[in-house]
Design a protein around this ligand. Structure first.
Ligand code: IMP
Ligand code: MG
Length: 185
């Protein structure tokens, strides 16, 4: 694995802790959606590692699809109120139970934009599963139905989340070193 140490301030959530919590979420989702037509919609790109691990902990039949959302602005804290859907799902969700799978909810604008778009297509239900939740940073009201971890207001990377597009492959969640933090604003 490439050397990430200069980017890492501290490991916030080690691999074993992540995997244990994901197993719990998988069991909970499997129970809640038993006998229902479940579609998990992953928000690219950060949610991809979480989705693939979570799927393997889900014991009921389900489908997957992908969406991509871009936030205006550049740098680490991209989302500033405006989110645009750049890739839409192909699945017809009318009458399906849809679960959004997201890496992190920060201001809440990304999830809000996706919920607004998908709710107009009349799914049977629409819920949110987020691995990480920075509750303190919330600017719009969105409900997180399945939450992996509540985390402090720090820029994190690894396990799908990027530091300038790299290091998504790290198996843990780390806090970015202060000298590498560049919000680009
Ligand atoms: P929101 O729209 O502000 O809720 O932002 C959500 C998106 O911003 C996430 O899907 C991430 O792509 C990105 N993001 C927010 N916080 C972090 C972070 O600490 N590390 C990496 N990406 C982040
Ligand atoms: Mg994301």
């Amino acid at each position: 694995m490439q050397d990430y140490h200069e980017f890492l301030d501290e490991i916030l959530i080690p691999e074993e802790v992540l995997q244990k919590r994901i197993a719990e979420l998988g069991a909970e989702i499997s129970r809640d959606y038993q006998g229902k037509e479940l579609l998990m919609v992953c928000i690219l790109r950060g949610g991809v590692m979480f989705l693939t691990d979570l799927m393997r902990q889900i014991t009921i039949p389900h489908m997957i699809d992908f969406m991509s959302v871009s936030s205006y602005g550049v740098g680490a804290r991209r989302s500033r109120g405006q989110s645009r859907i750049t890739l839409d799902i192909n699945t017809d969700i009318h009458n399906m139970h849809v679960l959004l799978v997201e890496d992190i909810v920060d201001s809440g604008y990304t999830v809000k934009a996706v919920l607004e778009l998908l709710s107009g297509r009349e799914p049977k239900s629409l819920k949110v599963c987020a691995l990480l939740d920075k509750v303190e940073r919330r600017e719009v009201d969105v409900e997180v139905d399945y939450r992996g971890f509540e985390i402090p207001d720090k820029f994190v990377f690894g396990y799908g989340l990027d530091a300038d597009e790299y290091y998504r492959n790290l198996p843990f969640i780390g806090v970015l070193a202060a000298e590498k933090y560049n919000p680009g604003e």
